[in-house]
Design a protein around this ligand. Sequence first.
Ligand SMILES: O=P(O)(O)OC[C@H]1O[C@H](OP(=O)(O)OP(=O)(O)O)[C@H](O)[C@@H]1O
Ligand SMILES: NC(=O)CC[C@H](N)C(=O)O
Ligand code: SF4
Ligand SMILES: [Mg+2]
Length: 564
Amino acid sequence: MSLRNNMNGPEGPSRCCDDGCDGLKNTQAAMERLGMEETPGCEARTAGEVKVNSKRFGRGAVESGLTHECGVFGAISTGDWPTQVDIPQVICLGLVALQHRGQESAGIVTSEGKSARTFNTHKGMGLVNNIFNDEAMKKLKGNLGIGHTRYSTSAASEEVNCQPFVVHTAHGALAVAHNGELVNCSSLRKMVLGRGVGLSTHSDSELITQALCLNPPEGETNGPDWPARINHLMRLAPLSYSLVIMLKDKIYAVRDPYGNRPLCLGKILPLGSSFLMNGCAKNGVDDRAEGWVVSSESCGFLSIGARYVREVLPGEIIEMSRHGIRTVDVVERPADKQQAFCIFEYVYFARADSIFEGQMVYSARMQCGRMLARESAVDADIVSSVPESGTAAAHGYARQSGIPFMEVLCKNRYVGRTFIQPSTRLRQLGVAKKFGALSENVRGKRIVLIDDSIVRGNTIGPIIKLLRDAGAAEVHIRIASPPLKYPCYMGINIPTREELIANKMDSFKLAEHVGADSLEYLSVEGLVSAVHYNMKTNPSDGLGGHCTACLTGEYPGGVPDDDW
Ligand SMILES: O=P(O)(O)OC[C@H]1O[C@H](OP(=O)(O)OP(=O)(O)O)[C@H](O)[C@@H]1O
Ligand SMILES: NC(=O)CC[C@H](N)C(=O)O
Ligand code: SF4
Ligand SMILES: [Mg+2]
């Protein structure tokens, strides 16, 4: 899951928005790549009546797959500061574990807990390991801190938009890291600007940061009431976000009322903890906490000596201090609305060892494969997968069908982004070059090949050709998610409807187009029931609902109020 064919490049996606034009250069490049006519100015339109100032263009062009979201992380040590827990190191390792969620830039901000004036900040473009060298880590000394790894959805992939954002308020410094995208960004932006606040970027994450700084119209009697300010923001902007917000000596962990983006809590255990020594899940529950962490995903917890505790609930505001953690508020959704956790976290985004809703992502993916085998059986000699994220579903398909699993593809993890390859031919080769066929496993075989998703349809065709060239007798494609037909407004870079191959052809035509003997998708009902199969949360508690908008067109919080 580490390689994304992201064509954003160092200039990355940028947004030409209602009050600025900084996205135009990249917008034009994206248009050229898409073969569209360019007209000057923010309000210019293409022949197809697509506005240049739409966010969609602002994100730049991508060759294949869905590009990710972001990873947020926070850590605080408990007890008398300073303690033995190396908070900057914990955050850095936490971000490395979240690297698959965003590879454009990363940042860490720490506080020693004493002064409301000074935070230690280090941010940069690129991968976590390249940004945080020894010198940077020394500078980040602190007892609490937050971190971010970014895939941009609003505002360019540039240093100025790297997170966490830090602002200095009348009540001290404030730092914010955000995963998600504000659906009503435009109206909130107008509101904040209308209150006399200047914004220095087009980032919705900076907007959140500044909105938190606004003094409430009714005033505050005993200094700032941060939970009340957060609550107020959540009512103004109900989705989508998971936030970590740092003040001098506290962190607030916040998940939007729809629970659209993931966020979970972990407890840093003493080094001698039996849980860390033998990994037994029931141990560690009663161990004293040496600190607390909050993270987009739980996959990195063991690597930092932490134990997964639970998810942050939709709408919950958790305060983390040196005394421990406590829920300070829960902001409700409208009564008629379900939780809308992104179902694509299960399909593709999250690391397979992360836990959501009481189940491991890997188990949900396997269950999708089982369901797919029930819905779309085929006679074959072997079941195989497109690595990486198709593999768990392929194992599920194999178990359900009784057809043995065998690897047929080797993935070269060192193939870089395809944006450096100029021509269509070379870019297409780029997809094929990512994989090699295990020819002895392939020759003469009837293969069921499982992938997690088809987006633009650029990956699967060259792979089928590779397998046929290696002697495959038949190649049947089974996709462990339904056809992707609609854009996402909640932090995922899903292409335009026109670019999504499922809007151009049904599965029969697509099979023909990519050279498969057959091609079938998992149904929406099949995906939802596979995800529900091992889930521990209960829909009757208002939990366990999922966003399927990119599959069904039913958006949990409506469509954006600005111009997409
Ligand atoms: O239809 P397309 O637009 O070509 O994209 C679909 C492919 O993109 C993703 O894989 P990717 O190689 O990005 O990551 P992975 O290694 O996690 O599978 C996804 O798993 C599909 O294989
Ligand atoms: N992918 C994300 O979650 C991005 C967060 C935020 N919208 C940004 O562009 O920085
Ligand atoms: S539209 Fe799709 S990718 Fe976006 S939040 Fe919903 S399920 Fe996730
Ligand atoms: Mg893939």
